[in-house]
Design a protein around this ligand. Sequence first.
Ligand code: NAD
Length: 548
Amino acid sequence: MLSRVLKATSIKSSARQVMRFNSTIIKLSSTTTSFPTGHTNPNDEPYLTPSFINNQFIKSETKEWFDIHDPATNNVVSKVPQSTESELDDAIASAHAAFPSWRDTSVIKRQGIAFNFASLLKENRDRIASVIVLEQGKTFVDAQGDVTRGLQVAEAACNITNDLKGETLEVSTDMETKMIREPLGVVASICPFNFPAMVPLWSLPLILVTGNTAVVKPSERVPGAAMIICELAAKAGVPPGVINIVHGKHATVNKLIEDPRIQAVTFVGGDKAGKYIYEKGTALGKRVQANLGAKNHLVVLPDAPKQQFINALNGAAFGAAGQRCMAISVLVTVGKTKEWIKDIIKDAKQLKTGSGFDKSSDLGPLINPESLAKAEQIIEDSVKQGATLELDGRGYRPDDSKFSKGNFLAPTIISGVEPGMRCYDEEIFAPVLSVVNVDTIDEAIELINANRYGNGVSLFTSSGGFAQYFTKRIDVGQVGINVPIPVPLPMFSFTGSRGSFLGDLNFYGKSGITFLTKPKTITSAWKVNTITTGDEILKPSTSMPVQQ
Ligand code: NAD
């Protein structure tokens, strides 16, 4: 009888694996050893980004394609589809069908695949970095860092055999309760443009090792890195259907939030999309975690090591062209440190803005002409509002005419900034540093705690006492002491707070695993003396059981 029950279950789940696919199956254009190392030419044929469903790259049947421009040249390098209704449905169905057997795959086996995956990511780091430079614009070294920070999450996920251990207690004589954590089902991951590898990898490795399946939507502006990542996952041994990639804009997002087969949504991006996805997703009963925008302050006290501070500040404000959610966009000079601005400017001028493939570049272009125009407008408006433009990076062009159409903005510094000015109130997401001067550490704390965001903050000082004082009073989720970008490694979680996060459970680390799993308790009684003829065990008890 027992074997008949088991057999029926397995036939039912394998029947669900039968999917309809008439689409054209293709391969990625790059390999581990062969990938682009420079910009394309204006007349080069753009690459058509495929979807990834059931471990196959599928050419979309869509009629709607979005151009992906190289931000350094504005040449069209590739195109991304608005996945069709049936492609979206296939991807979700595929993840849904793969879930039961992936959930039932032993954690040791999933861990083994995670080890393979991490090793393949390492082997393909430069290949992924090169597509990031081409589609997103950041420098090659910075793009390698983008991959490495994601790889570290994949490596931390290999510890799942420890992290997923449950709890057991003998709650009463012959009775024990154990608590285990089970996967949720299909998880959707919606990603932004600024970290094409790291952000998909913030959630994907943990989705896999916890036994969930995934439908990922990379940013329609930078899908290339995510495509390579899923090719590597399949090569590592992830079974068909466990990871799927779809593309597009709002229509894709709406399908992912609304489809009842999707149990949870992990989102990273701007405030508008994040709030919409969080509100709609939670209203439909899904778990949602949403990392949003930021305005990160760096406070410098007069006892700070000056040159160490200036190097850290310029790297954190202008690196990645300021397009990091943890970039320092506001410097708060306390007391006489306002006099250090001329040294900050001197060093910022030395940073070279240019092509990400040029090894001598320190920062690349902005993602698109709209972002450049927005940043330039904010600079202009802030000056009209009374701020002083100390260093103006507008109109910058690299020497090579090949980059004359690129979205370049060189480091820009604005002083005399106050709340109420556009450059302080808005997330610019560009290499623009706003400088606010205050007289005391308490004024700095008050300013930062009044800002709506809580992603990251940094204090530079040589005083342990001031560091303690600041840490206890500041209301920001990630604090750096003499560290400009305090994003913890993935044995901890990414703990942005207040306006920078919606949800209860943060990305990766213990919170990430809790987000991706649900607890189940099992209480068992195994008495050796239950087969007796005593009256007491034949009689039902109707009172509330209280094990003692
Ligand atoms: P975005 O919000 O424009 O896009 C993010 C994703 O949401 C994309 O996949 C996009 O297709 C989708 N999307 C965009 N608008 C939408 C809408 N109205 N409805 C539904 N879906 C929509 O963000 P971006 O410009 O790609 O990324 C930059 C933003 O991301 C910045 O605000 C940055 O601070 C934030 N970010 C935050 C973190 C963090 O951890 N807090 C990390 C990286 C980026």
